[in-house]
Design a protein around this ligand. Structure first.
Ligand SMILES: [Zn+2]
Length: 123
């Protein structure tokens, strides 16, 4: 939140500057500082969302990592040589995977999701 706090501080200074220019009767400068305040509001929203964006990027990377592990697992085949697909779906995040594939993450213990580390950021 350091970035957002810096922007908040800047907004405080801009408000002080706006009030000072207004008191001094500097109308054009007051108007310009008001524009800067509007822009700073956008910068604050952007800064406040930065940690959430970072968390989502990390979660996306984790989901991709888990997908690659499961997809790289060993498929199992039935007597007709068709791959066995036992689709499991997480009740929390809604992601599905083939639990019949043998990988370090599948088959999953019951009621567990291989994407659990990504739950907090996305669910
Ligand atoms: Zn899940």
């Amino acid at each position: 939140m350091r970035r957002a706090e810096s922007v908040r501080l800047g907004i405080i200074y801009l408000r002080l500057a706006r009030d000072a220019f207004k008191d001094a009767g500097a109308k054009r400068t007051t108007a310009r500082v008001r524009l800067a305040l509007t822009s700073a509001g956008g910068a604050l929203r952007h800064a406040e969302l930065a940690p959430i964006r970072e968390q989502r990027l990390e979660a996306d990377a984790e989901v991709a990592r888990v997908r690659a592990i499961i997809d790289g697992g060993t498929p199992r085949y039935d007597e007709m040589d068709a791959e066995i697909v036992e689709t499991a779906t997480c009740g929390t995040c809604g992601r599905s995977w083939n639990d019949a594939r043998i990988s370090e993450l599948t088959p999953t213990p019951s009621a567990r999701c291989p994407f659990e580390y990504a739950h907090r950021a996305t669910a």
